[in-house]
Design a protein around this ligand. Structure first.
Ligand SMILES: *Cc1c(COP(=O)(O)O)cnc(C)c1O
Length: 401
């Protein structure tokens, strides 16, 4: 087995316990922290009081434990945890760019990210060039003197393209540009920092927490960058304040200990369905399938033992065919007709009408996002064969195959 990086063991080796020896670290239940001397408080404001906490929007012990676990998983020096994935993405980007700067981004990204880049950054006069991220040459050509960063997703949403992170990193390095990668779809499977990315952002809401009971995010980067975002004078995280609640972060931390097993099972079940969908002759998109245009690329960058991930898309051509199919799948208990992903139950939704509805229709067509595209986040089903039979019965009864 080819092993590029072992995020699971990096997490397993952490020793994090509570002040009374509890195997789970104690939960921070304080917004502020007392100081025994005035001098220590002054030092804390200057970032010079090692191990001291000042105020929970800045840093708090529970969030530090979770951030350390995420940094271990990514192999970065540091991390900072946010109240949402969008909180992580917007904080990282706003920290890096100034008025007049330029960003190059994959045109297929999470809908909220697309909207932030296309609509929101305008107010700061930041130019954004949208490229097909599989066309690395178009990225190289888009670089301008004021380009500050290249943004992409390891596995793009919802087209499931794989970004060639090592090649993008080369372009970024040569021009002193930062490469920022959203790894939400492929935690453990792909280790973007190990492949040359500078900053890795996450929605922890998805696979990492895996319970769909919390919204959270993370930024993984160098200690310098994390210190910059949490700087009391000009740090984006400190000043915009998207901090994660420590009660939530302690819950998410406990779920990280099982992430490797969950990723393997999501991948195993998705691979099973992909093979079956192919046998049925459905128009299907799964990076684990040899026909996927980025299958070979993914094999060269992935940490193989975690599989090709839990996301599959099928294309029924039109929304009119997709809608009754999704409704029937829910009725027959295949899973839930819901947005989001990384849950233990299978979730499915029509991307064009839901998570990518922020992307204008013309652009959806241009990127090949069919109105009949159904994105599946395959769950941890114990009997995936039985689940497949339910899906097939829906296809049969609606005469879709
Ligand atoms: C969900 C998601 C986000 C946004 O995360 P939130 O936690 O909902 O704010 C960003 N990127 C990707 C790829 C996502 O799937």
């Amino acid at each position: 087995m080819k092993r590029k990086y072992d995020p699971a063991t990096a997490i397993q080796r952490l020793e994090q316990f509570g002040e009374f020896g509890g195997v789970n670290p104690s939960i921070t239940d304080s917004a502020t922290y007392t100081f025994m001397t005035e001098q220590t408080m002054i030092d804390a404001f200057h970032g010079e009081a090692e191990g001291c906490f000042l105020y929970s929007r800045h840093w708090n012990p529970s969030n530090k434990y979770l951030a350390d676990a995420i940094a271990a998983m990514e192999g970065t020096e540091s991390a900072w945890v946010t109240a949402s994935g969008m909180g992580a993405i917007t904080t990282a980007l706003l920290q890096l760019v100034n008025t007049g700067d330029h960003i190059i981004t994959s045109v297929t990204t999470y809908g909220g990210t697309y909207a932030f880049l296309a609509n929101y950054l305008k107010k700061f006069k930041i130019d954004v060039t949208f490229v097909n991220i599989s066309d690395v040459e178009s990225v190289r050509k888009a670089v301008r003197p004021n380009t500050r960063l290249i943004y992409t997703e390891s596995m793009t949403n919802p087209m499931l393209q794989i970004s060639n992170i090592p090649e993008l990193a080369k372009i970024a390095r040569a021009r002193d540009i930062k490469l920022v990668v959203d790894n939400t779809f492929t935690p453990m499977i792909i280790s973007p920092f190990k492949l040359g990315a500078d900053i890795v952002v996450y929605s922890l809401t998805k696979f990492i927490n895996g319970k769909n009971d919390a919204v959270a995010g993370a930024i993984c980067a160098s200690t310098d960058f994390i210190n910059d975002i949490s700087n009391v004078n000009d740090g984006t995280a400190m000043l915009l304040g998207p901090v994660l609640d420590p009660l939530r972060s302690s819950n998410i931390l406990k779920n990280m200990g099982t992430l490797h097993i969950r990723m393997q099972k999501h991948s195993e079940n998705a691979m099973y369905l992909a093979r079956k969908f192919k046998e049925l002759g459905l128009k299907m998109n799964y990076p684990g399938s040899p026909e996927h245009p980025d299958h070979e690329l993914m094999k060269t960058i992935m940490n193989e033992e975690f599989g090709f991930g839990g996301m599959i898309a099928i294309d029924l051509g039109t929304a009119e065919l997709a809608t009754p199919f999704m409704e029937l799948m829910q009725e027959r208990k295949v899973g839930y007709h819901a947005v989001s992903l990384g849950y233990f139950k299978t979730l499915f939704s029509n991307s064009g009408r839901s998570t990518s509805s922020e992307v204008p229709k013309e652009l959806q067509d241009e990127m090949g996002l069919s109105p009949g595209l159904i994105r599946f986040s395959v769950g941890l089903d114990h009997d995936i064969e039985a689940s497949y039979k339910l899906i097939k019965s829906c296809l049969d009864d609606l005469k879709l195959i």
